[in-house]
Design a binder for this molecule. Structure first.
Ligand code: DHB
Ligand code: MG
Length: 227
């Protein structure tokens, strides 16, 4: 098998996305609006968005917490996975991002199912009431251990946690890194490994966003002893 090159992995990503996700007017418009507003193009790739959607469906999630809304691309994928009485609470620190997210959510017809909480996640999280069935962590990587702690506190045994950007072009495996985002990611992975409230794994991803990865975790029964 040939080693991947940027051309070959992007072609493969396009093939898989065209085959399994296809066109989606609402999501494409949301990404375009985000781009036009000058927000960074760091939303999850389409296949990853659908992956999150399927995890939510497979786990039977009704209440989802997202940390890091950006333009609500992943938020829309998650909200579409929920039953009529389901809801997503999504936390966004940047008011300009929240404004774009809000209009994308309105246009998607999902404003009844998604609530944006504006503010620093570390300040918003203590104001929330659990339990959430699924938590997607995709914000400032430096705070990932704080977010994992809150995901466990606001979860219950069986809560599914997904953490974005755990690969960072392979830099996560560099023990000498001085990049605070990579260090935050390493600490999060070590916490997932050591803290008895979690059981976790991680997958590398190679797609139109480059080389990165996601961690998948479940909250264990140990969370009941931790309170
Ligand atoms: C960055 C953040 C993300 O959540 C992502 O998916 C890609 C990049 C960043 O801050 O660079
Ligand atoms: Mg991300």
């Amino acid at each position: 098998m040939a080693d991947p090159t940027p051309d070959s992995w992007r072609r493969t990503d396009a093939y898989l996305a065209n085959t399994l996700v296809g066109h989606d007017e609402v999501l494409e418009t949301a990404v375009a609006a985000q781009h036009d507003a000058g927000l960074p193009s760091i939303e999850v790739a389409p296949l990853n968005g659908k992956f999150l959607h399927l995890i939510a469906r497979i786990s039977g999630a009704r209440r989802v917490l997202e940390i890091g809304t950006l333009g609500a691309y992943s938020t829309i994928w998650l909200a579409r996975a929920l039953p009529d009485d389901g809801s997503v609470i999504t936390i966004e620190a940047e008011p300009a991002n929240a404004a774009i997210a809000r209009s994308n959510i309105d246009r998607a017809g999902l404003s009844n199912r998604i609530e944006i909480r504006e503010g620093r996640a570390a300040e918003v999280l203590p104001t929330l009431a659990g339990p959430f069935d699924m938590v997607f962590i995709d914000a400032d990587k430096e705070s990932n251990t704080v977010y994992l702690d809150w995901a466990a506190r606001l979860g219950r045994p069986g809560t599914v946690i997904v953490v974005d950007n755990i690969g960072r072009a392979g830099r996560v495996a560099d023990p000498a890194t001085e990049d605070p985002q990579v260090i935050g990611t390493q600490r999060a992975l070590e916490m997932l490994a050591r803290d008895p409230r979690f059981d976790a794994t991680a997958l590398q991803t190679l797609d139109l966003k480059g080389w990165d990865g996601i961690a998948l975790a479940v909250v264990t029964d140990a969370v009941m002893m931790a309170d």
